[in-house]
Design a protein. Structure first.
Length: 84
């Protein structure tokens, strides 16, 4: 008995790059939220400064990603579909 296995199509390199940059954006945004929360709770200026830097990076990635990497389409493919 032979089983037919359908091969999954491999994503092209530009699609993999889009997804990696989208995940980096999500990590920056999540890291900013966590760092800002801890910084506010502990009254630490260093953590708040790091949160501002992460906010800048996430805003840059969001603007750049929506323009060049189709973040709207990628956001729909993630489980929640919400990216802020």
């Amino acid at each position: 008995m032979r089983f037919l296995v359908m091969a999954r199509e491999i994503n092209p390199p530009d699609e993999i790059l889009r997804r990696v940059i989208f995940v980096v954006y999500l990590l920056c945004w999540t890291g900013m939220a966590i760092t800002a929360t801890i910084g506010l709770l502990q009254h630490r200026l260093g953590l708040l400064s790091a949160a501002v830097l992460l906010l800048g990076a996430s805003l840059f990635l969001k603007v750049y990603g929506e323009r060049y990497f189709e973040f709207h389409r990628l956001a729909k493919s993630f489980p929640t579909g919400i990216t802020g």
